[in-house]
Write a protein that binds this ligand. Sequence first.
Ligand SMILES: [Zn+2]
Length: 263
Amino acid sequence: MPLSPDRLDRFARHIVLPEIGGAGQVALAGKHLVLVGLGGIGSPALQYLAAAGIGKLTLVDNDRVDATNLQRQTLYSERDIGHGKAVAAKRWVTGFDPALDVTISDRRIDSDRAATLVEGADLVLDGTDNFATRLAMSDACVAERVPLLSAAVGRFQGQVGAFAGHLPHEACYRCFVGDAFDADDCDTCAEEGMLGAMVGWVGTFASLHAVRILLNPTGGFGEPQWSTVHLLDGMAPAMRQFAIAKDPNCKACGSGVPKPDKY
Ligand SMILES: [Zn+2]
């Protein structure tokens, strides 16, 4: 569907980029992105993804806004304290661009819920802070053949990795981290501290990567970089990257292991 004059105006700086253009903007308007975790990574990521005109957004978080979040979770203001993050994030998107289609989920993720959330999506961006949720989302992505961008921060080290474990030679997130953390909650932010701009860097880099992946089928800019993890070092500062090999014994995407019923 062609863009209306209002939308052409709104996205004029995108459209003039040869790597996006009118066709790329129309493509973005037709995409469905699931954003899991509306905290320090998810907040700036959502702001840039909504600004990019990604037409359908599913926002997932079961947490509430706390005063200690405001130092880095840029979606929220004091009036949101005590409100659910998913509800507050939807309110932000609706005020920012009412043309976007937003649905929310504010229930804790388990494997069944993960599968329902992921079904039919073009991309999942996971910026949550615990491994149980990350692995549930990753396994659901492999099963539903949806690519996954995984973003995380610990102190001054960030990671953004792109996974397409449903493809024969590409790793999934579980190939990267293994099974050891299945039941653990690794939220260490409160004890270790977090610099707002550090987590913001990771969130905005993840949103850049998301646009790259969503535009790749129609041209865009660069490859999706499946099975590659970017490391963002805020202390140096510097970036580097490394490749993740597919684990043939991975219980989500490996070929040699019988799968449970669901995955
Ligand atoms: Zn795997």
